[in-house]
Design a protein around this ligand. Structure first.
Ligand code: DGL
Length: 274
């Protein structure tokens, strides 16, 4: 029997938010860890990609869209499944809205702990790469690792295209990841996926890497953090996940098919006036 996300009156309601489809990689882990939740996925695709917005425009955009979503949906918890937004806007969101937020920030600490060659690369949007937040993480946790920051202009858009069923050339992906692979006598052995879109392409990243590395996807850790804030799980409800897109565009058949693989089978109209 299928049920809609609003069908479980006692299921804690969790909003998973991203600029586009990348947050699905976090939603997937949360759904796996907590089948008792009513999950709603919201993509601010009208403003995608966030990686190209300037800082003040991004803070304003995230504040107003997330504010509308909180008012309309009344979630128990919000996951900002976007590094580009979290590394800048989380303090503002926490100050403005009296509910729990879980953010997504570059997993520099675990990467540097695990690296044996002491060469770690952080693959992110250009905006995440230049954030003070990211620089602070490196200062605090890099230890004796050399960290290479790689700001990719196109990889999030390529991941979107792939999920929309459009052809994405190997060469385009290979060009975006090439600067992650440093060989200065020791070779990069760990790459942090510091944009939630990138794990959507993980099999192709592995295939196109010039040598094998460990790819760090923070999604399981984010799901654990959200789960611990929500408290003990209730009985599994396995509710359908609802999604909404600020563009108001209904997903194409190819995208609807891809979304179904993440458990997203219901679509809401866009928020008015976003
Ligand atoms: N998924 C977002 C992140 O984790 C970024 C994509 C974008 O540029 O909008 O950073």
């Amino acid at each position: 029997m299928s049920a809609s996300a609003s069908g479980g009156p006692h299921a804690p309601k969790v909003l998973v938010f991203d600029s586009g489809l990348g947050g699905l990689t976090v939603l997937r882990e949360l759904k796996r860890a907590r089948p008792d939740l009513a999950l709603i996925y919201a993509a601010d695709d009208a403003a995608f990609p966030y990686g190209r917005l300037d800082d003040s425009a991004l803070v304003e955009r995230v504040g107003s869209v997330v504010g509308r979503l909180i008012a309309d949906l009344q979630p128990n918890l919000v996951v900002i499944a976007c590094n580009t937004a979290s590394t800048l806007a989380l303090p503002v969101l926490r100050a403005r809205f009296p509910i729990s937020f879980v953010g997504t920030v570059p997993a520099i600490k675990p990467a540097c702990e695990r690296s044996r060659s002491k060469r770690v690369s952080v693959l992110a949007t250009p905006a995440t790469v230049r954030r003070d937040y990211t620089q602070d993480l490196i200062r605090e946790f890099a230890g004796d690792c050399r960290v290479t920051l790689v700001g990719s202009e196109r990889l999030a858009s390529l991941a979107e295209a792939a999920l929309h069923g459009e052809p994405v050339a190997d060469a385009a992906i290979a060009t975006e990841i090439a600067p992650c692979f440093v060989d200065d006598g020791a070779r990069t052995d760990t790459v942090v996926l510091a944009c939630t879109h990138y794990p959507l392409l993980i099999e192709r990243l592995k295939h196109l890497a010039p040598w094998p590395v460990e790819w760090i996807d923070p999604a399981p850790a984010i799901a654990r953090r959200a789960s611990s804030l929500l408290g003990a799980p209730g009985p599994a409800a396995n509710l359908a996940v609802r999604a909404l897109f600020t563009s108001g565009q209904a997903p194409s058949p190819a995208l609807a098919h891809a979304l179904a693989a993440f458990g997203v089978t219901a679509f809401d109209a866009a928020l008015p006036a976003v």
